[in-house]
Write a protein that binds this ligand. Structure first.
Ligand SMILES: C[C@H](O)[C@@H](O)CC(=O)C(=O)O
Ligand SMILES: [Mg+2]
Length: 443
């Protein structure tokens, strides 16, 4: 089924001026322009299929990721897709171990974001050639083949390939029923769209009212910049949603460790399920300290959207530093590395609640969490996938939300393809949208 030689890789810098409306804003990223380095792979197979991959960025710096994609392109050009996916672990390692580029990673930062963009496109192409949505490609894959996509280097001290195989074998039991359950009910979601930090109280109230009407029962609010503001906003949202619905808080790395504990003690009255990214994403022991201190308050720690790689996740799990694990489809090295993290989370019995605050992240990560439920975790306890209500109209196959749940994507691929018209308009700096904005700003 799989065929064709990769004959062309193109990458574009696509930006949406979300900062103008405060969409996506938080205590550290006050003016994000949701953006993507957008990769398209073409092959010489005469099936007309192309692979689309994105990695999420915040505006400035997307041009750097674009450069990194171009620097990695030689690894994929002129390769047969069959050879790539036939030894996906080897190919993954080739990309992440480039003897020179590795120096500016390794497996982190810009080169890793670029790796994700390329590999997301490869997975999209593979799923399209198989005629399946990505989640289904993964769910139907024989466990040994699935494991052959994962690089276990650096994690065998906590998860060997054999242990991973046993997890996947266990996951075969009841798989069909769980797939049917997802088909009917979808995967539970929570919304972050009501309470970005840059939104006024009036906007927050209006969006929260609409979300409640739309059946949402789980909400995330941004905190961390000003305690009095946080108290006011959390009170407002808790009063609106009532005591039974779920509230999460997200500080986006704003605090020192003791500050995080003190601040959260003051917000505990609003009964958050978790505090997300309370401190530096690299501070594993700091997260462990915060987790321990917040247990008596009934607040968990969530993190992962800026966790560079599987090694960091391994240590977060080993150190009991998180109670909710947030995979990100573009931060890690695509599906391959996310699979290893899902399997480690299963071993440590930590629920996975993916990050999706960004352009395209909902579209991508829905596939991973569906696979997780159907083939790995087999549980919905304490699990939900983030949803943000922005920019879906730019995708050819946008997510479908019903009753606050992600419905199964049915089209073949990884749902990564953007509409050409949207790309043309939002390409930076020459697209119509940016030409106007830059001219208005006198640039
Ligand atoms: C800058 C992004 O919008 C970030 O605030 C997203 C995030 O933290 C989340 O969705 O969680
Ligand atoms: Mg977050």
């Amino acid at each position: 089924m799989v065929g064709g030689r990769i004959s062309r890789l193109s990458v574009r810098d696509v930006r949406f001026p979300t900062s103008l409306g405060g969409h996506g804003s938080d205590a550290m990223h006050t003016d994000p322009d949701y953006s993507a380095a957008y990769v398209v792979l073409e092959t010489d197979a005469e099936d007309g299929l192309r692979g689309h991959g994105i990695t999420f960025t915040l505006g400035r710096g997307t041009e750097v990721v674009v450069c990194a994609v171009n620097a990695l392109a030689h690894h994929v050009l002129n390769k047969d897709l069959e050879d790539i996916v036939g030894d996906f672990r080897g190919f993954y390692r080739q990309l992440t171990s480039d003897g020179q580029l590795r120096w500016i990673g390794p497996e982190k930062g810009v080169v890793h974001l670029a790796t994700a963009a390329i590999l997301n496109a490869v997975w999209d192409l593979w799923a399209k050639q198989e005629g399946k949505p990505l989640w289904k490609l993964l769910v139907d894959m024989d466990p040994r083949t699935l494991l052959s996509c994962i690089d276990f280097r650096y994690i065998t001290d906590v998860l060997t390939e054999e242990e991973a195989y046993e997890i996947l074998q266990e996951g075969q039991v009841g798989k069909k029923e769980r797939e049917e359950q997802m088909l009917t009910l979808g995967y539970p979601a929570y919304t972050t769209s009501c309470a970005w930090l840059g939104y006024s109280d009036d906007t927050l109230k209006q969006l929260c009212t609409e979300a409640l009407k739309g059946g949402w029962t789980r909400f995330k609010v941004k905190v961390g910049a000003d305690l009095q503001d946080d108290i006011r906003r959390c009170r407002l949202i808790r009063n609106m949603i009532g005591p039974e619905k779920t509230l999460m808080m997200d500080a986006n790395q704003r605090w020192d460790v003791p500050e995080a504990v003190e601040w959260m003690a003051k917000l505990a009255e609003f009964k958050p399920l978790w505090i997300e990214e309370p401190t530096s994403p690299d501070d594993i022991l700091g997260h462990a300290t915060i987790s321990k201190a917040l247990i008596p308050l009934g607040i968990g720690v969530a993190t992962g959207e800026q966790c560079h790689n599987r090694v960091m996740f391994k240590q977060l799990l080993q150190a009991k530093a998180l109670q909710f694990l947030q995979i990100d489809s573009c931060r890690l090295g695509s599906v391959n590395e996310n699979l290893s993290v899902l399997l480690m989370a299963k071993k440590f019995e930590i629920p996975v609640c993916p990050h999706a605050g960004g352009v395209g992240l909902c579209e991508l990560v829905q596939h991973l969490i569906l696979f997780d439920f159907i083939s790995v975790s087999a549980s919905l306890t304490n699990r939900m996938c983030e949803y943000v209500d922005h920019l879906h109209e730019h995708f050819k196959y946008p997510v479908t939300i019903k009753n606050a749940s992600y419905m199964l994507p049915k089209e073949a691929g990884y749902s990564t393809e953007m509409k050409e018209e949207s790309i043309k308009k939002h390409q930076y700096p020459d697209g119509e949208v940016w030409k106007k904005l830059l001219t208005a700003q006198g640039n």
